[in-house]
Design a protein around this ligand. Structure first.
Ligand code: NAP
Length: 295
């Protein structure tokens, strides 16, 4: 069984980006700059943004963190985004989701300049991805594609089953795996909460992408012998014996599924670090498009 180790694979992506940034600085150019907006005090969001900012600094990128109150008005958040759109020193804009309930996520995402849309959620980015054009791919599916590439997982002609159809994970993942890409060309089935006989479908899968957000949902009896299993899920499960009072669980019952799988990603240490690697690659791409593409 091959462990699809996101820490190792992301390290290799970050190493390349660190070297590329060093070269830019040696040439007298500035480093790529990511601006992140964090609204409210959601504990998980705090953790995600902190690790994105930390990774920027490890690679040598500049980062700016803008914190807004939970009660911030939608107009104020939109004004902030327009300010960042117009700031030539900013290459990528990230608005950490979820947003407080009174703010429209769609409006906020639509207000980001597509040239700086490093999360790849803007309809322009999504449309370009669907058409196979150069674009920003949402960080989590991008990270999974980078993981498949790092471990050279054969995808061509395979049956991939994606569980979950969200705009940030399941849907774009299904598009990428079905696209004519080096780690695509799968036949894809996309499943969701109305899927009937899910187990019958997953048992036919050569590749399973579990992105539904239910701890240890994918059990051994749902997985074909030799399948590749990628676990996207992150669920906090109460555990009094853990230092923080909870443990992070994936969507896959790792211990038992690992006995059957030919390759499997763990949680934590799998897709999580790859997501950050995907974001960092998008930020470098944004920088290159905006600053170097006309040289
Ligand atoms: P989401 O928006 O809640 O979407 C979940 C999807 O799963 C929905 O399409 C839902 O179907 C489907 N689903 C729910 N229960 C199901 C069931 N019993 N059978 C089949 N499908 C079911 O979640 P998300 O944002 O895509 O995130 C999914 C998980 O990945 C979460 O645990 C999240 O924390 C994690 N995540 C991790 C990373 C990372 O970096 N590792 C990044 C993003 C998300 P319907 O559409 O019918 O409701």
């Amino acid at each position: 069984m091959l462990l699809l180790d996101g820490k190792i694979a992301s390290q290799s992506v970050k190493q390349n980006l660190t070297e590329a940034t060093k070269k830019l600085l040696e040439q007298g150019k500035r480093a790529p700059h990511l601006a992140a907006i964090l609204t409210g005090n959601n504990g998980a969001s705090e953790t995600y943004v902190a690790s994105k900012v930390k990774t920027c600094s490890e690679i040598g990128y500049k980062s700016t963190l803008i914190r807004l109150e939970e009660t911030v008005e939608e107009q104020e958040l939109l004004r902030k985004i327009i300010e960042l759109n117009n700031d030539d020193s900013v290459d990528g804009i990230l608005v950490q989701l979820p947003l407080p309930k009174h703010i429209s996520e769609a409006k906020v995402i639509n207000s980001i300049n597509p040239d700086k849309d490093v999360d790849g959620f803007h309809p322009v980015s999504v449309g370009r991805m669907v058409q196979g054009l150069d674009t920003f791919i949402p960080a989590t599916p991008y990270g999974i594609m980078l993981m498949l590439e790092h471990y050279n997982v054969e995808t061509k002609g395979k049956h991939a089953v994606v569980i979950g159809r969200s705009n940030i994970v399941g849907r774009p993942m299904s598009i990428l795996l079905s696209s004519n890409l080096p780690y695509g060309n799968c036949t894809v089935t996309i499943c969701h909460s109305h899927t009937v006989n899910l187990k019958e479908i997953t048992l036919q899968a050569d590749i399973i992408i579990a992105a539904l957000g239910r701890a240890e949902f994918v059990r051994e009896d749902m997985v074909k012998e030799g399948a590749t299993v990628i676990d996207v899920g992150i669920t906090r499960v109460d555990d009094a014996s853990a230092a923080k009072g909870y443990r992070i669980k994936g969507d896959v019952d790792f211990a038992n599924v690992a006995k059957k799988a030919s390759a499997i990603s763990p949680v934590p240490g799998g897709v999580g670090p790859m997501t950050i690697a995907g974001l960092m690659k998008n930020t470098m791409d944004a920088y290159i498009r905006r600053n170097l593409s006309i040289e």
